[in-house]
Design a binder for this molecule. Sequence first.
Ligand code: BT5
Length: 249
Amino acid sequence: MSTPLAWPSGTALKHFSEIDSTNEEARRLAVAGERGPVWIAADRQTAGRGRRGRVWESPAGNLSASLLIAPNKPANECAQLSFVAAIAAADAASSFAPAAEIKVKWPNDVLADGKKLAGILLESASGADGALTYLAVGIGMNLAHFPPDTEFPATSLTALGIPAPLQREALIQLAAHFAKWYDVWMTNGFSPIHDAWLARAAGLGTRIRARLTNEETSGVFEGIDQTGALILREAQGRTRTISSGEVFF
Ligand code: BT5
């Protein structure tokens, strides 16, 4: 398949040189009635966020962007879009770093040569009927810089020896790949996304450590189920599915 380079038709773009968080801007736009699709990109974020209130370092030179959409699907199905985003970000990264080993790490990070290159944060709000009023798919990719002191080691395209693409070029790749995989998901559901994600999964079949809310466990990473939960074979062959947590190899 040739690399899609075109900006997805019908999708708007809002660019900021500096913003608190592109996910926060998506929320503000949604509150004001905007339903997208619109990509919100910033050269740098002053309050970039990760999951569970963690900080996402977003200096100028990296890619910080969020897609605001309102898929007409239930919230639990929309959560699958974090896997769509991970595959899209991995494909975009591969287009710039064809020689690097680009993998996805559960639940939705992108690794380059075993280190974190990109992170994904989905945020949404639902109406009284339970349907999503908006979804923000936030993606940060380390084009030029990475923080040196993270719990899980990080990297950037520059650190891999690749001249960092301009943020605009990286965003076009990301938006194009996301649109391609979003269409696959809309048309055929999660199954092809599940397969595409597993084909890129880091640590599959190896022993991993999983940190859950109140405990840590370890076992063999056997795959993900049809909801995206991680399947872990613990000692004594007991299989467990984990729907949220952190994993370490
Ligand atoms: C994530 O969280 O990986 C989700 C990151 C999402 C960022 C995008 S940027 C556009 C949009 N707007 C936002 O405000 N956010 C989204 P998590 O898995 O919780 O990882 C956070 C952890 O990764 C931190 O606690 C650090 O240890 C580490 N970290 C922080 N900045 C990093 C970076 N630039 N590269 C690699 N690791 C980083």
